[in-house]
Design a protein around this ligand. Structure first.
Ligand SMILES: [Zn+2]
Length: 90
């Protein structure tokens, strides 16, 4: 059986017009996130693509990647929950 090496990626259609005011902001809409509410996180490449969490094991990470970024719950729904992980691992 062939080893599956496909890394699923999905471009994050982010809003670059907004400028986040705080460090805790959503990668997609750039809106500030409430510090009291857990959100989701997503691994983002240098090309602003989300890497599917199940494929990170065979994804060759680059120093240029944005890495783990926060994404609001609403935006995670739009992107697809399967592309994200809980902000705080259970
Ligand atoms: Zn958002």
């Amino acid at each position: 059986m062939a080893k599956r090496t496909t890394v699923r990626k999905e471009f994050i259609d982010y809003d670059a017009r907004r400028k986040p005011r705080t460090k805790r902001s959503c990668v997609r809409c750039q809106k500030d996130l409430d510090s009291g509410k857990p959100v989701r996180r997503v691994y983002v490449t240098r090309d602003m693509e989300a890497v599917h969490p199940d494929d990170l094991g065979h994804y060759l990470r680059s120093e240029c990647d944005f890495g783990w970024l926060l994404i609001g719950n609403d935006c995670a729904c739009i992107l697809g929950m399967e592309w994200t992980l809980p902000e705080i691992s259970p």
